[in-house]
Every structure is written in C-alpha cells, then in structure tokens.
Design a protein around this ligand. Structure first.
Ligand code: PEP
Ligand code: MG
Length: 293
C-alpha cells in the first residue's frame, strides 16, 4: 500500500540492529528544505540564517528575520526546525562588521538587542530548536536562556569547547558538532582546503568521541551538521561515537539514510574505538577498508 511505502521512505533511519538515527537536512532557505524533505529528511538540522544577510547594512531586525523564516517554517509545519542564530564573523562577515575579530555566539552576545530580535522571530512553536554557533562554555548557553524558552543546542566547533563538553552538555538541551570548523581548529588547517579527508584524523575523532561521551552521559541528543555527516565512510565512525542525528545537504539525504541502514551499531562502536586509537589518518582509512566501508 502507498502509505506504507511512504512511511519507509520518509521514516527514521534505523541500523540493522534497531538503533534509530535521525536524518535531517542542512539549509539556508526554502528550496533546500523542500528538496531535503522530498528526499526523506525528518526536518532541518541546521538552518544557516546568516547566509541571507551577508550583504546586510546592519543587524537584521525582527521583521527582516520573520520574512526569511516564515517560508521555511511553513514547509516544516511542526517537524524539527533547527534554526541557528546568526553565525557572523570569519568567512561570513557582512560589510558592517568588517574588521571585527569575534565570531558566532560571542559576537551575538555583545549585541543583545539583535539576538533578542532574532529569537522573537524564531519563536517557540512545535519543532523549533535554536542552535548557538561556536559556543565556548556553559555561560554562553545560559546567557541565551534569558531570551527564549525554545530548546537550545550548543555547537561544538573548537577543541576548547570539546574540552568543556560536559559542562556545555549540562547547560544545553542538545549538542551539535560543526565538523567543518572543528576539523580546521583541531588540525590547524584551512577548512576550505580542497580534497581533504582530514575528518578521519584520529585527533579529530578523539574530540568527537569526547563530545559523544558527554552528550550520552547527560542523555542529550548529539547531532553532527558539518560535511563529515554526509560522507558515507564517516557515518559508521560518527554513529559508533554516539552521534544520534546526522544533518546533511539535500543531495546527500538518501545516501546517508542508506549508510545508516547498512550499519550494525555494535560493530560501528568497535570500529570507532579502534579508529580513535589509530596512529594516523591512513591507519583509520585502512580500518574502514577492512570493515568493508
Ligand atoms: C561547521 O562548522 O561544521 C558547521 C556546520 O557550520 P558552518 O559550516 O556553517 O560554519
Ligand atoms: Mg561552523
């Protein structure tokens, strides 16, 4: 029957031994959300709100945020909508912020009115989750709680934040690893370097493992929303390290779903443990090959 077929295509991804892994889509606007849902994503795992405002002349006000958010939230209609507050700074610096050195939530906490305006526009409807970029510590999360009752997720994107994963997990409702920035920070490489598979590096995997332990000890959902989530060979390592949600580009949703369905979670945990202990990236790749990935 048609309804059953649809449920399989759009339902949660489950490993061979019955562990559910939620597949979500990364998006900047409605087109990617539509494509992700059509491919079977359960919702949005990362809405990059700053991308709509890279040419903005000043901090966006509440109506400007509403105009951008409404078309996305309409499509989701109560499904998971993980809205990241503006992640300005670094490679995402509009003209009015030229020359600033702060990034992410640190920058935004210095502009409490701009933060409050965006949080009012995001609201607290069913399915809404708020994601905080480049969280440094529990205090960052607590400062945002003063402005909203929506569930708060902390992005772990630096080795310093990973070292504080336990206190951050205690303060946040869920965690999300930004593997693009985390990999660059841990290895001291440019995140835009072409053709890199550096996420397999055991030094990066060790940081992910640390965050996984903290999230699982506190009973928190652990998402990965960086590019690593959409690499089918990273999927067994991530699930093996305690990741429960993978957020990927719309074009990768179906493939990621299939990668999860092919997994045994026990074997993935063993593989991940061995990978964290491996001497280098090449050794991790050998382990993956031996395990048939
Ligand atoms: C990341 O750093 O992995 C991430 C998801 O955030 P962005 O790519 O937008 O910096
Ligand atoms: Mg990032």
């Amino acid at each position: 029957p048609v309804r059953q077929t649809r449920a399989v295509a759009t339902g949660p991804a489950v490993t061979r031994d019955g562990v559910r892994v939620r597949i979500l889509v990364n998006a900047a606007g409605p087109a990617e959300v539509r494509a992700g849902l059509a491919a079977g994503a359960e919702g949005v795992g990362l809405l990059r709100t700053e991308l709509a405002f890279l040419d903005a002349p000043d901090w966006p006000d509440e109506p400007a945020h509403r105009r951008r958010l409404e078309p996305v939230l309409e499509l989701l209609a109560g499904r998971i909508a993980t809205v990241r507050v503006l992640d300005f700074g670094g490679d995402k610096t509009p003209p009015f912020l030229q020359g600033i050195s702060e990034r992410g939530i640190a920058l935004l906490l210095g502009q409490p009115e701009a933060l409050a305006a965006q949080l009012r526009a995001i609201g607290t409807a069913d399915g809404i989750r708020v994601l905080l970029p480049l969280v440094r510590d529990a205090a960052d999360v607590e400062a945002v709680r003063a402005h909203t009752t929506a569930p708060l997720g902390a992005m772990i994107e630096t080795a310093a934040a990973a070292a504080r994963a336990d206190e951050i997990a205690a303060a946040a409702d869920f965690l999300s690893i930004g593997t693009n920035d985390l990999t660059a920070d841990v290895l001291g490489v440019d995140r835009f370097a072409p053709g890199t598979v550096a996420t397999y590096d055991p030094r990066v995997l060790a940081q992910i493992a640390r965050v996984g332990e903290a999230a699982n000890a506190r009973g928190r959902v652990l998402e990965v929303c960086g590019e690593a989530a959409s690499d089918p060979r990273m999927v067994p390592l991530l699930v093996g390290l305690g990741v429960t949600e993978l957020s990927v580009g719309a074009a990768r949703v179906a493939e990621t779903h299939a990668a999860v369905r092919a997994l045994d979670s026990g074997a993935a945990s063993e593989l991940a443990r061995a990978a964290v202990a491996a001497p280098d990236l090449a050794a991790v790749e050998r382990l993956l090959g031996e395990a048939g990935h």
